[in-house]
Design a protein around this ligand. Sequence first.
Ligand code: FE
Ligand code: FE
Length: 308
Amino acid sequence: MSSILEPGQIEASAVMPPFLHLPPANLFALRAARLERLAEGNPLRRYLLLVARLCRIQQQLVDNPPSALPVAEDRQRLCISHGLPPLAADSLVREGAWLAWLQALLGHFDEPADSPLGTAVQLLRRSDDNQRKGWGIALLSGQYDAVPAALVPFMGAALQAAWSSWLLALPGTELKPAASLAQCPACGSPAMAGVVRNRGKHNGLRYLACSLCACEWHVVRVKCVYCESSKGLRYTTLDDDRHSPGKAPLRAECCPGCNSYLKQHYLENDAAAEPLADDLATLALDMCLDQEGFHRLAPNLMLAPGQG
Ligand code: FE
Ligand code: FE
């Protein structure tokens, strides 16, 4: 066997973009810092600061995981060889290893029961594992109606921390693209937003960020991630005096074919942008697009739709 590459392979590897961009181990600390910065002057300040607090707890959980990777290595390999996500959210949420993460997260709160936050924490504390599992299943399948809105950020935080920790613990990450462009190759969850990266081998490429595990995967630019059409795509920004035209750090890719959109963060225009934090801080753009009749299919697990 020879390790010398054929000329064609060299060209292919030179132009083939890396499929994955994995989050750093301190992703939740970075997210918290970004949220704290964005909260200043934002009409949702108190809410963004609550999410920042949850992110700090998520980071502590990731630094001291309450449970190990719940998937044995042979099952991971089997999934990957069949092109299936090794951390499949729909089955793992039912198996329930993440419940230890929710329990650990609740241990970080000692709010008085008569405060709005205390009420949510109490409701979670009094629930049993069956109830918690039911809420987790509902949240990850997009059935927000089945989860009390005040509980969504707590549930989302526990689930995200567990899945991101497991993602970072996967021994090899030779993942294959999922069945649909907007689906995470690691856990099968829908994308939360797009990120056009600005550094090194990822420079200028679009990655989609997973709403659950924060894995990012490559998808070519100027293509609707839902219906795969490139026709008539429109890029909508929020009017903002701070940025000159064409330098907007956030644009929504709007598809007239399927009437849906996906927010996209341009790191060359704001290198500190963070998909989840910047998504929550720009809900005004979602409201504008909703009024125009565009649908949002990308979940943000820290927010029940309609609660902004
Ligand atoms: Fe994922
Ligand atoms: Fe489309």
